[in-house]
Design a protein around this ligand. Structure first.
Ligand code: MSK
Length: 664
């Protein structure tokens, strides 16, 4: 891989070069200047009290180094990791809490600007939660009960999270056996912070066990609750066409970009940008219309449901401003670089913070309030329109863009394998059993300026599909694939191995399925659960020929996600240096011990070639253990014939009940 380039995305690289020529600093330059501290990077720095910070280094640090209080290196490394898990869990879960409040506000009529768009999904969730629905019960009453039941998950002190029962029985049994079943989300996060404060929990395995319990509160709590409520309120995604990269910005229209993670305000902005009054307002300022785009995971949310184009992931946020074409950039929470406020001053872009939780010095603040959501959205659109006449020629105008097919929810993946009346995961399981599909990889996580950004995602995406591995992608992993032009069915024709290509051609899907934002990694848990229930593979999540990869991760949220996958039974490989690399004991617990207990593991491996071989080894070992046909490219066993689109439509035509779309 070419180390001189800063981004593997050609359009991004062009803007970076333009910035260098104009003396404009970005995260890529700062990453070059600011090398990570090797002690902190490997987990050997303890900062939990003010006797230190203590650096546990030296020749025999694992055995001999001690902090002032006597804490060992494994204790310090474990504590640091658990704190990362707690922070990641808090971020996803606080987002989920706000989604639950919004659902409650909608159901109780406190806000009139949102409606429940997916009643089928509401009922599916109500059924899982044991809430009465149908039989004349008002939809809003069901929604209110669902919101309250989810809110219980945050404050519960004893017992189990509602969605624990959604996991395969055997997976649940493992959790109970090893004491990692999460009780309440807030309780696990608070306890993680308590245990890791000075002088409390010092036994590394004991600490990490609570780390897993906290991470499971994220996966089967925060993330899953957030995904489900977002589907209920704004619709369960189904495939649609969109575009990706910087070429989505238009020279003659007002360019407004939504960035961050929470979809509520962004949904409202989608609505109001279509209002004739707003379009007329944009025209009154000399623009031909309003062009809405996204970045990071707010982008993924509105891309999945409305086909709003994306300018890419985390490392593209400064570069977007440097095109000189963004009139306003609204940000909500998470993964927003504070650098954008200062950078925007060199251009005409207005950066607008919108969450009561997140302000940036130098940015405008227009606070979102769900009770007057439409009003706030209109105010923001007007700010963007008012700023259009201030646009100058300054900027690195880029025209590159790629088509994208996104919107593969769990429910649609089920539907695409048999239509509404025969929806199941049977064809996927059969294709894996026959060796047509070697296994499944979740390609997720951030993009990172410390490597040629998006390059590791792109390398692994191509190599995995060549090896007949089906990819489900989320977050900035999806953005990395989208801005490379990989999220199209043509990608299968050109790059996939023979078995995967056949499957993709039969169903008409890309070999990389964009399943949503980072909270939507929970969809991978529900997909794996459905595969376990379907039969023929493993009867729990552990033991499936499936792996998670986050090759460019940088966020604490990614650590929480990796750990909830590991505890659920999925081996996970993260790129970059290990945040616990200083301790052999912690590394062993997270790989060997976790694999024995949960059939999942968490590895850190900077070399992308090695990431690929570790992933394929896990997949092949799982196939062997399940006594599946040995994978050989181009040689398959017998399996059921996959239903193509025409056959699916035929079946639906014959049905007496009209197809009502995919709704959960
Ligand atoms: S935005 S957590 S950089 S995936 Fe979800 Fe991207 Fe990582 Fe943020």
């Amino acid at each position: 891989m070419n180390k001189v380039i800063k981004s593997a995305d050609k359009a991004a690289e062009k803007i970076i070069k333009w910035g260098e020529a104009h003396n404009i600093e970005t995260c890529f330059d700062r990453a070059e200047k600011l090398k990570p501290c090797p002690i902190g990077e490997s987990g050997a720095c303890c900062r939990v009290c003010h006797m230190g910070p203590c650096r546990l280094v030296g020749k025999n640090a694992e055995e001999e180094a001690r902090g002032i209080c006597g804490a060992t290196l494994p204790t310090v490394a474990a504590r640091n990791l658990v704190r990362m898990i707690a922070a990641g869990t808090a971020a996803h879960s606080d987002h989920a809490r706000d989604m639950a409040f919004t659902l409650f506000a909608v159901a109780s009529g406190e806000t009139k600007d949102f409606q429940i768009k997916d009643v089928r999904k509401l009922y599916r969730v109500a059924e899982i939660l044991g809430i009465e629905f149908g039989n004349g019960r008002a939809v809003n009453d069901v929604a209110k009960d669902v919101a309250l039941k989810f809110l219980e998950d945050f404050t519960r002190q004893k017992g189990e999270l509602n969605y624990v029962k959604r996991a395969p029985k055997k997976t649940q049994e493992r959790w109970r056996k090893w004491g990692v079943t999460p009780r309440g989300i807030d309780r696990e996060v608070v306890e993680a912070m308590h245990r890791t404060s000075v002088g409390v929990d010092h036994e590394p395995d004991h600490l990490l066990t609570h780390g897993l319990r906290t991470a499971l509160a994220d996966g089967w709590g925060g993330c899953m609750v957030s995904t489900d409520i977002t589907d209920i309120l704004f619709g369960t995604p189904k495939p649609l066409k969109a575009e990706a990269s910087f070429g989505i910005f238009k020279e003659d229209e007002v360019n407004l970009v939504v960035h961050g993670h929470e979809p509520t305000l962004a949904e409202m902005i989608v609505d109001v940008t279509e209002e004739p009054e707003m379009i007329a307002y944009a025209k009154s300022k000399g623009a031909k219309g309003i062009n809405l785009g996204g970045m990071c995971c707010t982008a993924n949310e509105v891309l999945m449901r409305h086909g709003i184009p994306t300018a890419g992931g985390f490392t593209n946020q400064e570069l977007g401003i440097m095109t000189g074409l963004i009139d306003a950039l609204t940000v909500d929470v998470q993964c927003i670089m504070p650098a954008i406020a200062e950078l925007s001053k060199k251009f005409h872009t207005k950066v607008i913070t919108t969450s009561e939780k997140a302000k940036i010095q130098g940015a405008m603040h227009v606070e979102y309030d769900e009770h007057r959501a439409k009003e706030v959205a209109r105010e923001i659109v007007k700010i963007a329109c008012d700023n259009f006449p201030n646009r100058t020629k300054e900027g690195s105008h880029i025209t590159d863009k790629f088509p994208v097919i996104a919107g593969f929810s769990h429910e649609y993946i089920e539907y695409m394998q048999g239509g509404r009346w025969r929806a199941s995961f049977r064809p996927l399981n059969d294709a894996i059993m026959a060796g047509r599909i070697r296994g499944v990889v979740g390609l997720a996580g951030c993009d990172n300026p410390r490597v040629p950004s998006t390059g590791l995602h792109r390398f692994l995406a191509v190599e995995l599909i060549k090896n007949d591995v089906l990819i489900v992608s989320t977050g900035c992993g999806s953005a990395a694939c989208g801005t490379a032009g990989y999220l199209t069915p043509e990608m299968a024709l050109e790059n996939a191995g023979p078995g995967l290509r056949e499957v993709c051609e039969a169903i008409g899907i890309p070999p990389i399925l964009h399943i949503g934002a980072c909270v939507d990694n929970s969809r991978i848990l529900t997909i794996a659960t459905a595969m376990a229930h379907e039969g023929g593979l493993s009867d729990e999540i552990g033991g499936m020929p499936a792996v998670g990869i986050a090759p460019e991760w940088m966020s604490e949220k990614a650590i929480a996600i990796g750990c909830y996958f590991a505890a659920s039974g999925v081996p996970v490989i993260f790129g970059g240096e290990s945040p616990v690399g200083a301790s052999k004991e912690i590394t062993k617990i997270m790989t060997e011990v976790w694999f024995e207990r949960f059939m999942g593991a968490m590895h850190f491996e900077p070399d992308p070639e090695k990431i690929l071989s570790i992933a394929l080894n896990y997949i092949d070992a799982a196939r062997e253990k399940l006594k599946l046909r040995k994978y050989e490219p181009g040689k398959f066993g017998a399996e059921r014939v996959l239903m193509d689109m025409a056959a699916r439509r035929e079946l639906e035509k014959k049905s007496a009940v009209p197809h009502a779309g995919v709704g959960g």
